[in-house]
Design a protein. Structure first.
Length: 89
């Protein structure tokens, strides 16, 4: 595959199903960066991380979105522009 394009993954799943934990395990980057997210133990705003993939010149981007219905606007914002979803059940 010659010069594959940059790919953007987005997480998808209900609150507290481990989306952020999966991003941390895959990339070593904790996408929950806000103090309020740490205190409430839930994603509130979009989180970002990068993952090197074989055959790609550029690392893949991962957008970690909130799973709680109170933050659905942030989730929709994060879903804009993704190429594929990582469903966490």
């Amino acid at each position: 595959m010659a010069n594959p394009r940059h790919i953007v993954f987005g997480t998808a799943g209900h609150v507290d199903h481990g989306k952020s934990a999966l991003v941390l395990a895959l990339t070593g980057t904790d996408p929950d960066r806000l103090a309020e997210e740490k205190a409430r133990e839930m994603t509130i705003d979009l989180g970002f991380a990068f993952l090197s993939l074989p055959g790609f010149e550029e690392p893949a981007a991962i957008v970690d979105v909130p799973g709680h219905e109170m933050f659905v606007r942030n989730m929709v914002t994060g879903a804009t522009g993704i190429d594929a979803a990582i469903f966490v059940v």
